[in-house]
Design a protein around this ligand. Structure first.
Ligand SMILES: [Zn+2]
Length: 191
């Protein structure tokens, strides 16, 4: 099932996510839905907060095409060597920036069966792990880039969200008006 993707401006993207208490069918279903959502949106990684779940888990598919689920992950080692890569985010559509991060990481997590694993990652895989891991701490990739660009982008998305909220309210008011009209007509008829 494809879920709605939360966009920059929503509070949940700025919160520290809670550990998953138990890896059960509900969590496995959520991971499946997150894969569906990510693939539909043409992404390579997706974290719990991005689908409105305040949980420390993310899914990804790197260039080896393997579906990986990380639950309660911990990055236990990062390389001193850094590298640049153009990042984007499904929660910040159409925004890209070159971000510098460690090129290798070691991560520990539980998989979708609740089994612990340790993974040494480099290349794109290491990049996605760090990007998604940040989401669990309320950090988005532009926070790690140019400060001015981050502020501008944040303001832009906030405005966009306010406009959408305004539109939704107008639509609601219109629907209420119509409903009231219908109710008035019905009342007349029954007299
Ligand atoms: Zn992201």
């Amino acid at each position: 099932m494809v879920l709605d993707i939360v966009k920059l401006g929503e509070d949940i993207l700025r919160q520290k996510a809670e550990p998953v208490a138990e890896v059960n069918d509900e969590i496995r279903k959520l991971a499946e839905d997150m894969f569906d959502t990510m693939i539909e949106a043409d992404g390579v990684g997706l974290a719990g907060p991005q689908v409105g779940k305040n949980l420390r888990m993310f899914v990804l598919i790197a260039d080896d095409d393997v579906r990986r689920v990380f639950i309660n992950p911990q990055i236990i080692k990062t390389s001193e060597e850094l590298g640049d890569y153009d990042e984007g985010c499904l929660s910040i559509p159409q925004v890209y920036e070159t971000i510098r991060r460690p090129v290798r990481v070691t991560v520990q997590a539980l998989n979708e069966n609740g089994k612990p694993f340790t993974l040494d990652a480099d290349g794109l895989l290491a990049r996605i792990i760090q990007h998604e891991y940040d989401h669990l701490d309320g950090i988005v990739f532009i926070d790690r880039g140019d400060k001015e660009f981050a502020e501008k982008t944040t303001a832009q998305f906030k405005k966009r969200m306010e406009r959408a909220e305004q539109k939704r309210k107008e639509k609601e008011a219109k629907a209420r008006k119509i409903a009231a009209k219908i109710a008035a007509k019905e009342a007349k008829k029954s007299k």
